[in-house]
Write a protein that binds this ligand. Structure first.
Ligand code: 26V
Length: 819
């Protein structure tokens, strides 16, 4: 970044602003045919996006020209989800024109932030996994590495969350990708995707087996490119999102038979393929459409990968020299069967050669240990939708079982444990097993998670092929999650460290010299306070609730899931409430903020939301709680809301049952914005604690090993915890005594699960959680020490930049040339 003297820098901003102003006027006039007096905020949004888009296109073409001139290996990041959020401000920031754009608009009587707030938040993902993919594509560009994200252009992203009283209601969230200023349709690069049908057995003259897949349906995959610009504006890689369209190839046949209506219907049904993103944690029934979506992505992506490769003129055996394919979870695993199909059936490679090319090209990231989240597809369904792929999967399996038998002889249990096919009343294909055998690298997303993959999830595969397993701890992009979300804090970093920290987060270490600088700590405190006031205004504006910026903001924002234990958090809030109103104890002022969506079919998660909202209503309307305790459940959690909440948090709740949260990334975002973490020793929490030091991390609860042992020996008795804790007894009683909800039956299932099973060990950890919160409340009273701790933490969190993570993938797995 050029280190201009201050006044030269501001001269430059004035000049840039003048240019932007001219371009804005021109866009408004010639694209929208409007005069400024008649333009709406949405018109101005289009105009400013177009001004930015020009520069994006320039960067994109320059990047592509450079990459063509110097062909190099490229990574294709295949993911069913990219949770990109809004793009205007992040693009302005990357192009170094944020201040100039703000000035240009202000000169025209417009407020950039207000206009940017009208952009749709592209929610093409569920949560952590999708947001990680978006951070990675941004980091690839910032690092100048060649890569492309491949995903689906859903018409409807994750549902919008509304409320009917305390109950979640889902609303469709239409994303008009076809008219987004950030998307360029590439109809000329469409490809054909086949489905259904049957396989005909043929043999070549030399006797080789040459099956032909005769498809029963054909559709088109249309690429839609979203350039993702790196910080500094030098590199723009593509996020390529495919949409499905009816193919005329098939329709013509139907037309000829005279059935016009059926032809149009066919068009409607093929286009449903990219219609909607599936919410995670949904029960797995009736998911033929999801399987087709997954195949659709892999077929489209591979088509583009092989087309790009064919430009190299290299023989197909050299594919791994030019392409690395990263599977973001098992969702794109069919790419392994599809690549084998193309190599064997179309390129006529020998099976063993094709198999080494496939393994050398593909690598797999696991993101979950929960058994219910591991993908398994019924053999019957796969056979019907993708008959040739199912044959190939059987062949892969039989060769792998041969290796297993050589190793373990007739230890049938072990051999069955690695089979790609799960036997039972209905047979299933285990997608994680297919991903493992077809990849040269299998990675977890935090150290503990990787250990658990090796020791508990797939120990037999680890025994067979230990060298393939490795860890890549997740990270987050400091551009969106610091520079953009927390501009005041970033300005403080700029002043103290210079501007380079934003592309080299380890430089935050330079703050270490300042932890005893009381002026700096005071400024940090003022910045946090301003962020908390801003959030308070937002809460008041959207929900009509008054919250006190002087109180401790205790934040839990993430998908609602039993393993994440929002229930433990709200039980503790109830405990505080009872101390305050029933026992007359005073408590230090605190505000509990929750946000998150529950999958539409996940009854327990919806009940937890209902409980939180009911407790919030009771507490917020109880005058005895005024100035002491308030509870807020903010609706419709998404990237944009995260950007508002995170800079304002004092405490970050990361309280999953140890051994269940693969990594977490919200934990990193909150800590980097100066929140102190209360957390279990789970996922990346452990590495965060190692970095910041145990005295700056509020750890509590059972360890993964202890939870694992109790699960194995069945020794956990939640009722014993209740017997030993009067506080817990009192709290549980409120779930059914009508105090929070007049329908006393409403929370009976929650209470019964806790008392009789408690699969996620809430009650076992309750007392320890309450104790550690006691310590937090004490520490928060000493403001200076608190902010000093927060500063100390930030200093040591450079490791959690997604730049570091992506560099590790590039070096260890993808083998990309250095940038
Ligand atoms: C499963 C399904 C199944 C049904 C269809 C849609 C769908 C979508 C996603 C999933 C699995 C989600 C797994 C996941 O999000 N894991 C999270 O990954 C984060 C990034 O590595 C990590 O930080 C979180 O700890 C982990 O829970």
């Amino acid at each position: 970044m050029p280190d201009l003297p201050r006044n030269a820098e501001s001269d430059q901003i004035v000049q840039d602003a003048a240019v932007i102003q001219q371009e804005l006027a021109s866009e408004l006039k010639y694209r929208l045919a409007k005069v400024p007096e008649r333009a709406t905020e949405d018109d101005w949004l289009v105009a400013i996006c177009m001004v930015v888009r020009r520069r994006m296109v320039t960067a994109l073409l320059a990047t592509q020209q450079r990459q063509r001139a110097q062909p190099a290996k490229k990574v294709y990041y295949l993911s069913m989800e990219f949770l990109v959020g809004r793009s205007l401000v992040s693009n302005l920031l990357s192009l170094g024109m944020l201040d100039a754009a703000r000035m240009a608009m202000s000169n025209m009587g417009l407020d950039l932030e207000r206009i940017a707030d009208r952009e749709h938040d592209a929610a093409l993902g569920n949560g952590g996994l999708g947001r990680l993919a978006a951070c990675f594509v941004e980091s690839l560009s910032t690092l100048g590495l060649p890569g492309m994200g491949c995903g689906i252009k859903y018409d409807y992203g994750l549902f919008r969350q509304e409320f009917d009283g305390a109950s979640q209601v889902e609303r469709a969230d239409f994303w008009d990708g076809d008219h987004s200023p950030w998307v360029i349709e590439r109809a000329d690069e469409s490809c054909i995707v086949n489905l259904y049908g049957h396989v005909e057995e043929h043999h070549a003259l030399d006797g080789a087996y040459r099956p032909t897949w005769v498809p029963g349906a054909t559709l088109l995959g249309i690429p839609n490119d979203m350039p993702i610009i790196g910080f500094g504006g030098r590199t723009a890689n593509l996020l390529r999102l495919y949409s499905a369209r009816a193919s005329e190839v098939l329709d013509m046949g139907v037309f000829n038979a005279g059935d016009y209506v059926r032809a149009v219907q066919h068009q409607i049904s093929t286009e449903t393929i990219s219609k909607v993103l599936y919410p995670s944690d949904e029960p797995s029934q009736g998911r033929e459409l999801r399987l087709i979506q997954e195949y659709f992505l892999t077929a489209c992506a591979l088509h583009d990968i092989l087309r790009e490769f064919s430009d190299s003129g290299l023989p197909i055996e050299d594919l791994p020299k030019r392409a690395a394919i990263q599977l973001n979870d098992t969702h794109p695993t069919l790419v392994i069967a599809e690549l084998m199909r193309l190599l064997v059936d179309h390129y006529h490679l020998l099976w063993d050669v094709a198999w080494s090319v496939t393994q050398a090209t593909c690598s797999y990231t696991n993101h979950t240990l929960l058994p219910e989240a591991l993908e398994r597809w019924p053999v019957e369904l796969l056979t019907r939708v993708l008959p040739r792929h199912m044959q190939i999967i059987y062949e892969i399996n039989s060769r792998m079982l041969e290796v297993a038998r050589q190793r373990w002889g007739d230890d049938d249990a072990r051999v069955a444990a690695v089979s790609l096919i799960e036997e039972g009343p209905t047979r299933h294909v285990r997608m994680a097993h297919l991903a493992i055998v077809g990849s040269h690298s299998i990675n977890g997303v935090a150290q503990l998670h990787t250990e658990l993959i090796k020791q508990s999830l797939v120990p037999h595969f680890y025994e067979l092929m230990p060298e393939r397993f490795n860890n890549k701890t997740n990270g987050i992009t400091p551009r969106r999650w610091l520079a953009q979300a927390n501009p005041e804090l970033s300005a403080l970093f700029d002043e103290t460290l210079g501007p380079e920290w934003v592309v080299d987060l380890e430089r935050l270490r330079g703050l270490a010299r300042h932890v005893d600088d009381s002026a700096l700590v005071q400024r940090l405190a003022r910045i946090k306070r301003a962020n908390k006031e801003r959030l308070a205004r937002y809460v008041h504006g959207t929900m009509g609730l008054v919250i006190d910026p002087a109180s401790l903001y205790d934040v839990q924002i993430k998908r609602i899931h039993e393993y994440k234990r929002q229930l433990l958090h709200i039980l503790h809030v109830i405990h505080l409430y009872l101390r305050l109103v029933d026992h007359g104890h005073d408590i230090a002022p605190r505000t509990h903020l929750f946000a998150g969506k529950a999958a539409p079919g996940y009854a327990a998660a919806k009940r937890i939301i209902h409980l939180i909202r009911s407790v919030a209503r009771t507490i917020n309307s109880d005058p005895r709680c005024r100035g002491r305790l308030s509870v807020v459940f903010l609706p419709d959690y998404k990237v944009t809301l995260a950007e508002r909440i995170i800079p304002a948090a004092d405490v970050s709740e990361q309280i999953s049952t140890a051994g269940t949260e693969a990594s977490g990334t919200g934990n990193m975002k909150l800590a980097l914005n100066g929140a102190l973490t209360v957390g279990t020793l789970d996922g990346a929490n452990i590495e965060i604690r190692d970095c910041v030091g145990p005295e700056n991390f509020y750890a509590f609860g059972l360890l993964a090993e202890q939870v694992g042992a109790m699960r194995r020996d069945g020794s956990y008795r939640p009722s014993d915890c209740v017997a030993a804790s009067p506080a817990l007894r009192e709290v549980l009683a409120t779930l059914v005594d009508g105090r929070f909800e007049s329908d006393r039956g409403m929370y009976v299932p929650l209470r019964d699960e806790l008392l009789h099973r408690d699969h996620y060990f809430h009650l076992a950890d309750f007392d320890a959680y309450a104790d550690v919160h006691g310590a937090i409340a004490d520490d928060f009273k000493d403001e200076r020490t608190w902010h000093r701790k927060a500063l100390h933490c930030m200093t040591h969190l450079g490791h959690f930049s997604s730049d570091r993570t992506v560099r590790e993938y590039a070096r260890d797995i993808w083998k990309l040339a250095h940038a």
